[in-house]
Design a protein around this ligand. Structure first.
Ligand code: AMP
Length: 220
């Protein structure tokens, strides 16, 4: 049987990995799994998980591993063709959990790091608009929606994320630097994963071209 494609996107806040994940999913006809989007929806709906996750997200720190991991692994188990992981794993514990799960699966694992510096992240995040319903993201300057504050994809109202304030972005950046970035080094050295890096400072289409070229090449 053909292995399922697992694509792990790694990138700091504002790197555009969410946008790239959505573009890639459309092009490849596979799903995106974004814990951030799932958690924001849960917060809006005031579910038990949403209530637990809210204070962490607001501060820009990671939600406890047990909450996020069970949510993610449950969903990966259901996929047929492949999946794009946008925001998981984000630390060593999650890398181990995912690795343990994938060990017994027939998958092809590709890791793509979308790299940007902090100053670009702050510029991009101020001005970002997000759809809480379908996860699509916009930017008032770089990627405006066709109708003001309305999602092009699903017609729902766009929001400014509560973790978009400069102070919170800096916290999220520190967490990325010390907890998530080191996992890129782990993947670089692990023969079960193919690791690639793209320059995330370019415009959306250019970054996507790089991302898609990598995926295409690995699937040829
Ligand atoms: P994102 O939409 O990927 O930028 O994630 C937004 C926020 O959701 C993060 O700052 C975390 O608080 C939480 N979150 C998303 N993914 C994870 C994860 N894998 N582990 C823990 N917390 C997460």
């Amino acid at each position: 049987m053909k292995p399922k494609q697992i694509i792990i996107l790694i990138g700091g806040p504002g790197s555009g990995k969410g946008t790239q994940a959505e573009l890639l999913a459309k092009k490849m006809g596979i799903q995106v799994l974004s814990p951030g989007t799932i958690l924001r929806k849960a917060i809006e709906k005031k579910t038990v998980i949403g209530k637990k996750a809210a204070p962490y997200i607001k501060k820009g720190i990671l939600v406890p591993d047990d909450i996020v991991s069970s949510l993610v692994i449950k969903r990966i188990a259901k996929i047929r063709k492949g999946i794009i992981l946008d925001g998981f794993p984000r630390n060593q514990v999650q890398v181990k959990l995912l690795g343990d799960y994938l060990k017994n699966q027939n998958t092809k694992n590709l890791v793509i790091e979308v790299a940007i510096p902090l100053r670009t992240a702050i510029k991009r995040i101020s001005g970002r608009l997000t759809c809480n319903n379908c996860g699509e993201s916009y930017h008032v300057e770089y990627k405006p929606p066709r109708r003001k504050n309305i999602c092009d994809q699903c017609g729902k109202r766009l929001i400014v994320r509560s973790d978009s304030k400069e102070k919170v972005v800096k916290t999220r950046w520190q967490i990325y630097r010390y907890e998530t970035k080191p996992i890129a080094d782990y993947y670089k050295q692990n023969r079960h994963y193919l690791y690639r890096k793209v320059d995330g400072t370019k415009d959306i289409e250019t970054v996507f071209e790089s991302v898609y070229n990598i995926v295409k090449k690995e699937n040829d």
